[in-house]
Design a protein around this ligand. Sequence first.
Ligand code: GLV
Length: 332
Amino acid sequence: MDKPRVLVARAIFPQVLDRLREHFEVEANPDDRIYDHAELIRRLQGKQGALTTGSERIDAEVLDANPQLRAVCNMAVGYNNFDLPACTARGVLATNTPDVLTETTADFGFALMMAAARRICESEHFLRRGEWTRWSYDMFVGADVHGATLGILGMGRIGQAIARRGALGFGMRVIYHNRSRLPAEQESPIGARWVDKAALLREADHLVLVLPYGAQSHHAIGAAELAQMKRSATLTNLARGGIVDDVALATALRDRRIAAAGLDVFENEPRVHPDLLALSNVVLTPHIASASVATRLAMANLAADNLIAALGCGPDAGRPPSLLNPQPRGAD
Ligand code: GLV
């Protein structure tokens, strides 16, 4: 029997491609070109499955042009590049890569928050420019992290991992806002307290955003929200661009409405708004929160596991480990 055909839309670890080749006829993208929508549609012709990343948009147009497609497997925990209802309606299995990146992403979120609070990048640039000539009492004074109030917007797996670091490692008071409250047995070991969004904005010394992106969270942090935060506060976004209104944030940082920010994600990335690039009190990183070698490999392997199982192969045949649409039409 012919092997199913799959598209691996971006370059990934060669050993993971080799695993996929055991089951599939694979079209890879060794040059790691980003396909525009038309090319993605064309390359998916005749393919039963696709391994995608956040750069490939899987929408009704892609699915209708490729009715043979049975599975789309994202190498990311976020899946706002998928039109999930459109996949479900067409019986296309959709998967993501949760859990394997939780701790690595939380480490990075903490690092970004600390870099913003303690002005690490700004002071390093100053040193490299040769401007460090003497000690002074107020040179690059920032905000303490230990003992401060950590505010978390979105309290899923990554939010909880950041909260653990704050509470158990840094003696922080943890407050959070989320659609649903955690059960008491999850709140109490870290002393986390659910608050409404206004209290979160008002009370947090360091606010970290870890909520999924969608119509409901678009510009969840804009000028009105920034105006409610402490002037000494920091804001860290490692979730998705679009949750923060980047122009409003740049204005708030320029006017010292808040002290500093750490951003790993941006509206319109990889383009970064020039107003942000012009500021020194923001740490900017290129969407790398999950980028440790071990975690990226685990993500690629999980995406491959999902694809292999979704197309009826391997030990999990028919039961992809991280299925997003549990009851797609036509799936048993
Ligand atoms: C990265 O942003 C991811 O969603 O995994």
